[in-house]
Design a protein around this ligand. Structure first.
Ligand code: ZN
Ligand code: FE
Ligand code: FE
Ligand code: ZN
Length: 267
């Protein structure tokens, strides 16, 4: 089993040390795991330290995970990869690119957690859904997702339909959003993530929705899969459902990134 998305206590809203995640991964039968703590946010971002690690900790994070990878390999444990989850923030391209190049990550997940500066996935800020027409919000979200995907900064777009997290669904057919996003992903050579955290959220389904995954498969977009674990007990969670959804959409393999190069692994 492969799990390429997980967080540790470093990011301010998850619990558990990398060692505890490694133990949990081994116990869950995970053979390849990738840590993807949140890339530090620019100073001045509201609640920056509740969303991501402080910038002075990035080097320690890199060192910790690389060290753990060596120890796990020596002990015959799961393969440990070093990734990062980076927010798409308009106008911050150069900085994100530089930090990611310097850190030598195996994989960079790109995420859209903000629409017009609002962290729409923050459970403390859900009041603001009431201010939106949900169709407009989805439009805005998918436009931002496409800009992020086309930026060339990321290897994989994480939880690609996160906008559904709290169950605010538009009353129109979402297929055109999925098709346009898939087109952008394909043109940009991006992979997409099947993320099982949605199963544990009010939307109660995988990210992305089945129709989005089928649109991605038709365009030959590679996929990764991740639990988005925010505590050790969630490592590997929902992976059977992810595998079923992938097979149903027509996928027969996923990809694992090492040194930012994807390699196919049969399902
Ligand atoms: Zn998180
Ligand atoms: Fe995220
Ligand atoms: Fe995450
Ligand atoms: Zn995430």
């Amino acid at each position: 089993m492969i799990d390429l998305h997980m967080h540790t206590s470093r990011c301010g809203h998850a619990s558990g040390t990398p060692e505890e995640y490694l133990e949990a991964a081994a116990a869950a039968g995970v053979s390849v795991m990738c840590f993807t703590d949140h890339l530090p946010l620019p100073t001045g971002t509201p609640r920056a330290l509740e969303y991501a690690m402080p910038s002075e900790q990035l080097a320690q994070y890199v060192g910790d995970i690389r060290g753990l990878a060596v120890r796990s390999a020596r002990a015959g444990g799961p393969e440990v990869l070093l990734g990062i989850e980076a927010d798409w923030i308009e106008g911050r391209d150069d900085e994100i690119r530089r930090v990611c190049d310097e850190s030598g990550f195996d994989m960079v997940l790109g995420s859209v957690h903000f629409v017009d500066g609002w962290a729409f996935d923050d459970p403390d800020l859900t009041d603001r859904y009431a201010e939106w027409d949900i169709t407009e919000l989805w439009d805005r979200y998918f436009a931002t997702l496409s800009t992020a995907a086309g930026s060339g900064l990321f290897d994989v777009m994480a939880h690609p339909d996160l906008v559904k997290k709290f169950g605010h669904l538009p009353d129109v057919d979402p297929t055109p959003w999925y098709e346009r996003a898939a087109e952008v992903f394909a043109a940009a050579g991006m992979a997409l993530e099947v993320n099982t955290a949605g199963l544990r959220k009010p939307c109660a389904e995988l990210y992305p929705a089945p129709g989005f995954l089928r649109a991605a498969h038709r365009r030959g977009i590679p996929v990764t899969c991740g639990s988005d674990a925010h505590r050790p007990g969630e490592v590997g969670a929902g992976m059977d459902a992810a595998r079923d959804a992938l097979l149903e959409a027509g996928y027969r393999s996923v990809v694992v990134f090492r040194g930012r190069v994807p390699e196919e692994v049969p399902l």
